[in-house]
Design a protein around this ligand. Structure first.
Ligand code: PLP
Length: 401
């Protein structure tokens, strides 16, 4: 018998399963609203022109393919965290921010959580919002943290249940780890307001909790990278020693390049040096050192004022197209007299919208209309465009009626 005869088949990945069903469908009207990747108004993947220019620059430079240091390309690390925390951020200026290049946001989460599992002195349970990105629980467990949930979303209002969120954060044992989506919460598209973030900062501080930020969509939410960094910057200004996971998958369209950072605010340059050394001990046995190309691309763009300005306008263009689609979809649903309140389609932000569609309605959309989305009713807004949004609204309206 085979060595693997007793291996049981694992559950299929919810999102990849949708992409497969979509691929197998031969109807020309088919729409894939499952995967969280940006599509242009023709439904095609979008390589940002600023990225193409950086590619040309790098090609001419004919760089070598040597290994990077364990914590990555130094120029990239510096520019990346300046984008997140702000150039004037105290921990950066005072040389007390520990940073490592990461394998995109997922790798940042894994390294960050493993670091906490090894070194965090408080309650080694990470609390994640309910619902959250599907991978958070699995990463936490592999990293060696316990994982629990706090209430976040209210299906009745299709909005934030701020009171319940606060109640749950207050009820966690002192010194717990609280995972917060910095902006454009996945899957709901529902974020706290700036006023609510300020309250959250106070509550997290009063309970001596540890703020663990996942920022996968900086710039993608509002179109403005500074505005989207509000929560992280506010917490840091308030003295929280945050951990931040940063991804350049969505905002630079660098999905497959796997480029991001993990960073931790420390108290002093001396402490930073110790934390740096331990971060390296997490990375070294995991993948030794990170890939070089994405880091060079981001570094080239962020260090060149012209390219950076061009990129910022491209992020805004992507965010604005999604905001437009929200408007069109909302108007069409209202025009079709779709039963229910649909304001949340417009007020939610980022890549996704939690429509409130029930699993049976999602199934009906796939079977009758060739439209594919996750059974929780989440749609990737980027999958909609001028050519398919009306068809989608009509089909959605029909399954709701
Ligand atoms: N965190 C959240 C909330 C996400 O939605 C995603 C991607 O969908 C990620 C992290 C990680 O993505 P990546 O590893 O591609 O950067």
């Amino acid at each position: 018998t085979s060595v693997w005869a007793n291996v049981k088949a694992g559950p299929p990945d919810a999102i990849l399963g949708i992409s497969e069903a979509f691929k197998a469908d031969t109807d020309p009207k088919k729409i894939n609203l499952g995967v969280g990747a940006y599509r242009d108004n023709n439904g095609k993947p979008y390589v940002l022109p600023s990225v193409q220019k950086a590619e040309e620059i790098l090609f001419k430079e004919k760089g070598d393919k040597e290994y990077l240091p364990i914590t990555g390309l130094a120029s990239f690390d510096k520019l990346a965290v300046e984008l997140a925390y702000g150039e004037d951020s105290a921990p950066i200026k005072e040389g007390r921010l520990s940073v490592s290049q990461s394998i995109s946001g997922t790798g940042a989460l894994r390294v960050g959580m493993e670091f906490l599992a090894d070194h965090y002195g408080g309650n080694k349970t990470i609390y994640i919002p309910n619902p959250t990105w599907g991978n958070h629980t699995a990463i936490a467990k592999k990293a060696g943290l316990k994982c629990d949930k706090y209430r976040y979303f209210d299906p009745a209002t299709v909005g934030l249940n701020f009171e319940a969120m606060v109640e749950d954060i207050k009820a966690m044992p002192e010194g717990s780890i609280v995972l917060l989506h910095a902006c454009a919460h996945n899957p709901t598209g529902v974020d706290p307001t700036q006023e609510q973030w300020k309250q959250l900062s106070d509550i997290v501080k009063a309970k001596k909790h540890f703020a663990f930020f996942d920022m996968a969509y900086q710039g993608f939410a509002s179109g403005d990278t500074v505005r989207d960094a509000f929560a992280v910057r506010h917490f840091v200004e308030q003295g929280h020693q945050v951990l931040l996971c940063q991804s350049f998958a969505k905002n630079l369209g660098l999905y497959g390049e796997r480029i991001g950072t993990v960073s931790l605010v420390t108290a002093s340059p001396e402490e930073k040096a110790r934390v740096d050394s331990q971060l390296k001990l997490v990375v070294r046995p995991m993948y030794s050192n990170p890939p070089v190309h994405g880091a060079r691309l981001v570094s080239t763009i962020l260090s060149n004022p012209e390219l950076k300005a061009e990129w910022l306008s491209e992020v805004k263009l992507m965010a604005d197209r999604i905001i437009d689609m929200r408007e069109v979809l909302y108007n069409k649903l209202v025009e079709l007299k779709t039963p229910g309140e649909w304001g949340h389609i417009k007020s939610q932000i980022g890549m996704f919208s939690f429509t409130g569609l029930k699993p049976e309605q999602v199934d009906a959309l796939a079977q009758k209309a060739h439209i594919y989305l996750t059974r929780d009713g989440r749609i990737s807004m980027a999958g909609l465009n001028d050519s398919n949004v009306e068809y989608f609204a009509e089909c959605m309206s029909k399954v709701v009626k």
